[in-house]
Design a binder for this molecule. Structure first.
Ligand SMILES: [Zn+2]
Length: 100
């Protein structure tokens, strides 16, 4: 019972890099098709700003959910590292009382 799955780290850097690549790719495609100019190649349109804002809000919400899940998992652990079921008052490994 001591081995518990570790939470995966979010690849935020890769997400930002991918987002920048998509924006530049889309703007390059727009430039090639004549929809934008060199001056507006790196600018963001209103839908892009909305999309980025919604993505940031979604990332913050995901972070909050993951932090709450991690806190809940820590509450289910004993000081020795064993995972305790919700009805257990004492640790079966070390015999220590559950922390509240
Ligand atoms: Zn214990």
């Amino acid at each position: 019972m001591k081995s518990t799955p570790q939470p995966k780290k979010m690849p935020v850097g890769w997400m930002i890099f991918g987002l920048m690549l998509i924006i530049i790719g889309y703007n390059y495609w727009s430039y090639r098709c004549g929809y934008c100019t060199i001056a507006s190649l790196l600018s963001l349109s209103a839908p892009a700003v909305l999309l980025i804002t919604m993505n940031i809000i979604a990332c913050v919400a995901l972070l909050i959910v993951k932090l709450r899940a991690r806190q809940q998992l820590q509450r289910q652990r004993c000081n020795c590292g064993a995972v305790l079921r919700s009805i257990w008052l004492f640790c079966p490994d070390c015999g220590g009382a559950r922390q509240k």
